[in-house]
Design a protein around this ligand. Structure first.
Ligand code: GLC
Length: 573
């Protein structure tokens, strides 16, 4: 194998991220969330306590010790509210009630209390862009007919064409098909997602009042924060103007759309921030804001708005050193002036798991249904995780990635439930593959997910990937995550700060140094994204702290280390 030489011991280069002048003032607040590792629980697929094949809150409560042992700081729970489940709970019928399939408000209270007892914070999902079509407001709006004041809380319009038979504008649903549905009396309503998810009208004062009250309800329940669903979508351009493009899906993510990332959303978040700050305990907001650039994302986390925003540009990057370094620099550079931590995420419930994405050549995007080389995918995914966890800021982990779970790419069509699959033109048609219930035990009817089946079928390989199978096994993916998260606690330099110091590295390799805040050890992280081993120079004092390649001993000594193909190594120096 070819070997290259890099010298992480040399002085750092002055890259954009090390030389930017604007910086967080020295006395900036250093909250727990600035370098927190936050674990996403997808309730229906985490743990099932009553053998109905569907995960629930009591199941989550019973498995919280796993998250404590894993070493995360907080848990983010995807929606568990009363919902007809047209979009797996992202269609909320009652924002103050728990869906019976997940349990009760008492169960939610028990999860929050137990999590706190274990030292874990709890973040809940808030879905303000749209309600369910079974929400009381929408049901009444429909029943009362045109002219009903309730219709003003949504976007009802007359259609175009001689008989109003055409939608009011040309917007398409993110899930495919028109973004408008016509009701029996002839009016149309807007839904950027499924027809069962009518968009709320944030120009109507009652909508803002209601959500401020919902915020208080859950804050009073003791939650530590909110993940804001479709945070970029609440405000629509005045007059709902036509897009005038026939390929909206290609534009999404690249341009500011009349229904996404409108400047008016920031007024909403300023008002929310005032409420949050009334509560003790450093509670936080994290935005799901798909914006065209990290620079636009930074607007959501200005000091008087939200705390964090997911870094989807990072998630969308391939396992490629140039692409990764570029997005790391741009992320740090755009967050530093507003004083917000960068965030890093590789997987969630809406995209193909990174183990599967990296099993394929670049270019397939975040939705794909194949895994060309699963072993390579896992190797790269583990390396990508150690890279992510060495970056300054906060990192998000999606349930099951600590087990190295791949997407289930061969689910039969008849078991699929993702609404976007049925509106096949949508961008996210294949989200069921990352939502398969996770395995806890080697055997059992659903590998310990529950005492019954599971709402999506689990592959036969799931037992060998279970928590039980990997616990205590040196080099297993689970033990690698545990070691990495334990190291972040012992060595705060790993997640702290707002910059990395890049070191010279050969093509395909990322090497950077991380400094401790006070006394303590510095780190060097070397990520080799190439398919060949790389020889790097390391200081004589360097010790290997952790490596992503289970079977590879890092050859080390004489001021050099050999970093194997598709591997990340952490060195203390
Ligand atoms: C967000 C959620 C996704 C959901 C959509 C509509 O993108 O993450 O799962 O389908 O919003 O609520």
């Amino acid at each position: 194998m070819s070997q290259h030489t890099a010298d992480p011991a040399q002085a750092p280069s002055t890259s954009a991220s090390t030389s930017a002048s604007a910086s967080v003032p020295a006395d900036a607040p250093t909250g727990w969330w600035r370098d927190a590792v936050i674990y996403q629980v997808y309730p229906r697929s985490f743990a099932d306590s009553n053998a109905d094949g569907m995960g629930d809150l009591e199941g989550i409560r019973s498995r919280l010790p796993h998250l404590r042992d894993l070493g995360v700081d907080a848990v983010w729970l995807s929606p568990f509210y009363a919902s007809p489940q047209a979009d797996a709970g992202y269609d909320v019928a009652d924002y103050r009630a728990v869906d019976p399939m997940f349990g009760s408000l008492l169960d939610a209270d028990a999860v929050i209390r137990d999590a706190h007892g274990l030292g874990l914070r709890v973040i809940v999902d808030l879905v303000p862009n749209h309600s369910s079509d079974q929400h009381e407001w929408f049901k009444r709006a429909l029943a009362e007919g045109p002219g009903s004041p309730l219709r003003e809380r949504y976007h009802f319009r007359a259609g175009k064409g001689a008989d109003g038979e055409l939608p009011p504008n040309d917007w398409e649903s993110i899930f495919g098909g028109p973004a408008w549905t016509r009701v029996a009396d002839g009016e149309w309503y807007l839904h950027l997602f499924a027809p069962e998810q009518p968009d709320l009208n944030w120009d109507h004062p009652a909508v803002g009042d209601e959500f401020r009250s919902i915020l208080r309800f859950w804050l009073d329940m003791g939650v530590d924060g909110f993940r804001i669903d479709v945070a970029h979508g609440l405000v629509k351009a005045a007059g709902l103007p036509d897009l005038g493009a026939h390929e909206q899906l290609k534009l999404l993510g690249n341009d500011v759309m009349p229904f996404f990332d409108q400047d008016g959303v920031h007024d909403v978040y300023r008002a929310w921030r005032l409420i949050l700050d009334e509560y003790a305990g450093e509670r936080i907001f994290v935005a799901e804001a798909w914006t065209p650039t990290v620079e636009r994302t930074a607007l959501y986390v200005r000091p008087d708005e939200l705390h964090q925003a997911f870094n989807f540009q990072y998630l969308g990057a391939y396992w490629d050193a140039v692409e990764l370094r570029d997005i790391i620099d741009r992320s740090l550079d755009s967050m530093r002036p507003v004083g917000a931590p960068a965030t890093w995420v590789l997987s969630n419930h809406d995209v193909t798991r990174h183990t599967t994405r990296y099993a394929n050549p670049p270019g397939l995007g975040t939705q794909q249904r194949v895994a060309a080389d699963p072993a390579l995918g896992l190797r790269r995914a583990r390396a990508a995780t150690l890279l992510m966890l060495a970056l300054p800021g906060s990192a998000y982990i999606y349930q099951g990635e600590e087990l190295g779970l791949p997407d289930v790419v061969d689910l039969p069509d008849e078991v699929r439930q993702d609404p976007s699959f049925f509106r096949a033109a949508g961008q996210d048609g294949f989200r069921d593959g990352c939502r398969v219930p996770i395995p806890w035990t080697v055997d059992g009817p659903s590998y310990g997910f529950g005492a019954g089946g599971s709402w999506l079928p689990q592959p036969a390989s799931w037992g060998a990937l279970s928590v039980e199978a990997q616990t205590g096994v040196p080099g297993s993916t689970l033990e690698m995550y545990r070691s990495a998260l334990a190291a972040r606690r012992v060595h705060p330099a790993l997640g702290a700060g707002d910059r990395v110091a890049w070191l010279p590295a050969p093509e395909g390799v990322l090497a950077f140094r991380r400094e401790p805040r006070g006394d303590g050890e510095a780190f060097v992280c070397v990520a080799n994204t190439t398919g060949a081993d790389v020889r790097v120079r390391v200081p004589a004092s360097a010790r290997t702290l952790l490596t992503s390649s289970a079977a590879d001993d890092i050859q080390h000594g004489d001021g050099h280390a050999v970093v194997p193909a598709d591997t990340t190594v952490w060195f203390t120096v």
